[in-house]
Design a protein around this ligand. Structure first.
Ligand SMILES: Cc1cc2nc3c(=O)[nH]c(=O)nc-3n(C[C@H](O)[C@H](O)[C@H](O)COP(=O)(O)OP(=O)(O)OC[C@H]3O[C@@H](n4cnc5c(N)ncnc54)[C@H](O)[C@@H]3O)c2cc1C
Length: 469
């Protein structure tokens, strides 16, 4: 069994165990959301990328009626707004964002633009034909990112020369070779590199080899947010920033109550609030927000970069269970993310007190990979919440009647989110049939119990990751 499937099996067992304990204490489980209500807090984005955030639009200052209301101004929300307006230009579409567009994961991530979904990356399911269809759809979506960036006139530093997954052990390398052999027969644009070739590309001899997907790449995440914001507005969507939705009233007509006391009435709703969604009472028993940490160095000189030896400039992540991912910006800053993931009680989305240790670990990991960077300090560090599901699958579709959603990206959403935006737009237009064969459409997540069982389960799962990482 490879690492991913053993990890999945463990998570399912953890989920089942937590659910069993929760069932045994069903009273506490059902009362928990009332005992521990989640706080409506949206901590600011302190990432390096946030320096490129576009000026915020004004907040909503009056009550409003719309055809479609979208909660969340990240990739999912902005791309849904764009595609809904493309499909149905007569519809009034409004996006409500608690802070600025890109305040969530879309403006804080590791910048890797990836094919596939988290649960199928380098991993075949029982139906390889469906895996290939997902590969093709995500490859086509990357082309769409290029097209939207060009059309907006915003250079989001999208480079799709490939991305690498590096292997720490010979066993991982062999598993990678077996995957690639099958994937190439299906027409996927992937290959395996040996140790020497990986060294020539990355300048480090740490790895036994690497998996290359030529269709992947990297981007400046906040500039990509800018692209989607511009595209949505050009298509006619209205975007209100610094407008947190505090409560959703479901019904034939949906009523959203903002924290500032205004009401938005809409015929349909798109939940694009990602790791924060449980605050509104949705997906509380399907998604666990797991914290990830990122650090970035100052811009390195040409001489420093030459010493590092990262000649290919391709972004890469490693194949250990606790993933580390690295990228190189156009102006020669190295960013590294991942490491010791964390869960905060009651879906807390605020930076934990022990974040300092997580950043020190990332710093040591960077020096281990590239010894010539040992004396460098991070210029900026930040954290962000990843919306994890217990089976690593994502889901897009209809929650109920007139409520649509895209969620569960598990750290693999920079590209997938806007494919989901397209799918959401088709759902909203009643044209979802073409997507129904895809496994993530209306996928039902494994049950996550309420607190305190969720905290216990999450700690057990994360401890397992650390031990096996
Ligand atoms: C540290 C980190 C590294 C990552 N690295 C990668 C990577 O390298 N490659 C990759 O493919 N993926 C990566 N991901 C995942 C990827 O960033 C996400 O899957 C993707 O950005 C999700 O986009 P989204 O629009 O669904 O959510 P978000 O970008 O989180 O947007 C949700 C928005 O909703 C708003 N919101 C929430 N609740 C409310 C409310 N009640 N009222 C109003 N607004 C609200 C939030 O403020 C937020 O802006 C990473 C994620 C993190 C956190």
């Amino acid at each position: 069994m490879n690492k991913l499937s053993s990890r999945r099996k463990f998570l399912k067992t953890t989920a089942a165990a937590s659910a069993a304990v929760a069932a045994g204490a069903a009273g506490v489980n059902s009362l928990a959301p009332g005992i521990w209500p989640e706080k409506m807090v949206f901590e600011p984005n302190q990432s390096y990328w946030a320096k490129s955030q576009a000026a915020a639009n004004p907040p909503l200052r009056q009550d409003l009626e719309a055809d479609v209301a979208i909660i969340g101004g990240g990739f999912t929300g902005l791309s849904s707004a764009y595609y809904i307006r493309q499909n149905q230009p007569a519809k009034k579409v409004v996006v409500l964002e608690a802070r600025g567009c890109g305040n969530g994961a879309s403006g804080r991530n590791g910048a890797m633009v990836l094919t596939m979904t988290a649960d199928r990356f380098m991993q075949f399911s029982a139906d390889p034909a469906i895996d290939k269809r997902i590969y093709d759809l995500t490859v086509e979506n990357i082309r769409q990112l290029h097209a939207l960036s060009t059309a907006s006139g915003i250079d989001c530093e999208l480079e799709t020369n490939g991305a690498l997954e590096v292997f720490n052990t010979k066993a991982d390398l062999e598993a990678g070779k077996a995957y690639v052999e099958k994937a190439r027969k299906l027409g996927m644009d992937v290959e395996v590199w040996d140790k020497q070739r990986t060294y020539e590309a990355l300048g480090t001899r740490l790895y036994e080899g690497a998996f290359l997907d030529r269709q992947c790449g990297q981007v400046h995440p906040m500039k990509l947010v800018q692209v989607f914001k511009a595209a949505a507005q050009k298509a006619g969507a209205e975007i209100y920033e610094n407008t947190a939705v505090a409560r959703v009233e479901e019904g034939n007509t949906i009523r959203l109550h903002t924290a500032a006391g205004h009401t938005v009435t809409a015929k349909s709703l798109v939940l694009a609030s990602n790791a924060y969604t449980s605050r509104l009472g949705f997906f509380r028993n399907g998604i666990v927000p797991i914290f990830n940490y990122v650090g970035i160095t100052p811009a390195l000189s040409d001489a420093q970069i030459a010493e590092v030896g990262w000649r290919s400039r391709l972004p890469f992540s490693d194949s250990r269970t606790i993933v580390t991912y690295l990228g190189l910006t156009r102006d020669n800053r190295i960013h590294i993310g991942g490491g010791k993931a964390n869960y905060s009680f009651n879906d807390g989305l605020q930076q934990r007190l022990d974040a300092g240790q997580a950043f020190r670990n990332l710093r040591s990991e960077l020096a281990r990979i590239f010894p010539s960077t040992a004396s460098l300090e991070f210029e900026t560090t930040w954290s962000g919440a990843v919306d994890c599901s217990l089976d690593f699958s994502s889901s897009v579709g209809r929650w109920r009647d007139n409520i649509y959603y895209g969620i569960g990206y598990c750290g693999h959403g920079v590209n997938l989110t806007s494919l989901f935006g397209r799918i959401i737009a088709d759902f909203e237009a009643g044209r979802e049939q073409q997507w129904n064969d895809l496994p993530f459409v209306n996928h039902r997540f494994l049950y996550v119990p309420n607190e305190p069982f969720r905290w216990v389960g999450a700690q057990a799962a994360l401890a397992y990751y650390r031990m096996s990482g």
